[in-house]
Ligand binder design. Structure first.
Ligand SMILES: NC(=O)c1ccc[n+]([C@@H]2O[C@H](COP(=O)([O-])OP(=O)(O)OC[C@H]3O[C@@H](n4cnc5c(N)ncnc54)[C@H](O)[C@@H]3O)[C@@H](O)[C@H]2O)c1
Length: 443
């Protein structure tokens, strides 16, 4: 298909997920208009450089300038597109449910703009929403504001993305599968066409009704977090058995195709903007409808124990005043996001316990220091952090930390203790200078 025959797309919400989606669609030939209530983001997209740190994002924007624009005017976005992807925040409320308030505001503005448009339009909800809400309050809000009925004239889909920050562009181009909850075949067909053009590898497309798609989205994340907590539970067990090694166990477990190796590594707990809250939402939803979500709840309990487990381990090697360097503060590599980061939680806990804590991160240091304040000191370099520490914790698997030199670890008359939580360092190179300790290793 050429740009002229492809559906034109608007992306509503140019944040961590929306900006990459707009850029990826434009890079694959679609004419895309972004819509946001934040003028800074709109201006930045029009200037060709977003203030969002995500690999390949700005390269794609620069390479697709002629097909990519942004506006704060919903009428313009609707007139210049055939389909609108809505990717606005759905923050968790005090009960653990996701709030649809921003989605409903978007339905109001898009709906009003649709009153002035002739012909078919499709609205795609990409924000993560609670099961049962696309086909009820979201559909109702869109119909009320537009004066149209969802059907032959107006399509509605629920279509969450399965991406991880730090690899959003790659994950969008090469997804394992595409999930579509559809109002009807016409809307589902149109969305499937968009994806088959957008993705480099043609993925299987799972099409279903709204509620099944909504449930699938949070079930995927709940299942993945269960694997993470399972591996961490195993690591805790292996810590207590002489000769045990969680890596040996998880490698063998993961080789079983019924289980699979991904996300099965005894290390830190999960964090970030999605995993923790999706699990909580799943359990809250189950409770509300009178079902049980014991697995999701146990997964959370194990996760919430991980920082305490690490600080107990640290206390075996350190005393008040020990200088501890924590390398890696983002919740995963390749992103500056520190939301629910276990490294940041660990830094705070260790500082509160009286250790002298220095922190470093290639991208997330400022964001972490904004949370940690003057409890900790920010390092100006990896080398400085390592040289000035009595105990080193490699807490996020950034590739930069593979380059740590054994020379920086040399200490007069003693060996440096290193907690290498993700097995980042090449152990043989450090044999002479440091004791590398791993989680889940009963040594
Ligand atoms: N970030 C992730 O890793 C991730 C992964 C999967 C799903 N999600 C889901 O995607 C959604 C968006 O997440 P995000 O991380 O991109 O959020 P974000 O906060 O980075 O971006 C949201 C954007 O929406 C804009 N916005 C808010 N209300 C608007 C409105 N009425 N009209 C137009 N724009 C509006 C905001 O100004 C902001 O730029 C959430 O539902 C989230 O759960 C996020």
């Amino acid at each position: 298909m050429t740009s002229a025959t492809l559906p034109r797309v608007s992306v509503v919400g140019l944040g961590k997920l929306g900006a990459p989606l707009a850029a990826v669609l434009a890079s694959r030939g679609f004419t895309v208009i972004g819509l946001d209530v934040n003028k800074t983001l709109v201006d930045a997209m029009n200037a060709g450089k977003m203030p969002i740190v995500e690999p390949q994002l700005n390269e794609l924007i620069a390479g697709s300038k002629e097909r990519l624009s942004a506006t704060m005017d919903a009428n313009e976005a609707i007139q210049k597109s055939d389909a609108s992807f809505v990717i606005v925040p759905t923050p968790s409320d005090s009960t653990g449910f996701f709030s649809n308030r921003f989605v409903l505001q978007a339905m109001e503005t898009l709906g009003k703009a649709l009153k002035n448009k002739q012909g078919y339009h499709m609205v795609v909800i990409t924000s993560t929403v609670m099961p049962g809400t696309t086909g009820t309050e979201i559909k109702d809000a869109l119909e009320a504001a537009s004066g149209r009925r969802v059907g032959p004239d107006l399509g509605l889909c629920y279509n969450p993305e399965f991406i991880a920050l730090g690899s959003v562009v790659r994950d969008m181009l090469f997804p394992d599968s595409i999930l579509i909850g559809e109002s009807d075949t016409k809307a589902g067909d149109m969305l499937q066409t968009i994806y088959l053009q957008m993705c480099e590898k043609k993925p299987p497309v799972q099409r279903m009704n709204f509620v099944n798609a909504e449930l699938t989205k949070i079930s995927v994340n709940t299942y993945v977090t269960t694997k993470i907590s399972y591996a961490n539970m195993l690591a805790d067990i292996c810590d207590r058995i002489p000769g045990a090694d969680v890596d040996a166990v998880t490698k063998a477990l993961g080789a079983d195709t019924r289980i699979g190796a991904k996300y099965l590594k005894g290390a830190m707990g999960y964090g970030g903007p999605c995993f923790p809250r999706d699990n909580v939402a799943f359990a809250a939803f189950a409770r509300k409808i009178g079902a049980r979500a014991d697995v999701a709840e146990a997964t959370d309990r194990i996760n919430n124990f991980q920082v305490e487990r690490l600080s107990t381990l640290v206390s075996k090697f350190a005393k008040a005043g020990t200088r501890i360097a924590i390398l890696g503060l983002s919740y995963k590599p390749h992103t500056p996001v520190v939301e629910e980061s276990h490294s940041v939680k660990l830094a705070a806990k260790l500082a509160d316990a009286g250790y002298v804590v220095t922190v470093h991160d290639p991208l997330a240091q400022d964001a972490a220091l904004a949370v940690l304040g003057d409890k900790v000191v920010g390092a100006s370099s990896i080398e400085g952090a390592v040289r000035e520490s009595d105990l080193l914790i490699v807490a996020t698997g950034w590739p930069e930390y593979k380059e740590i030199s054994p020379d920086w670890c040399k200490r007069e008359g003693q060996r440096l203790t290193v907690l290498d939580l993700w097995r980042t360092l090449p152990a043989d190179k450090f044999e002479d200078v440091a004791d590398l300790l791993y989680l889940g290793s009963g040594r």
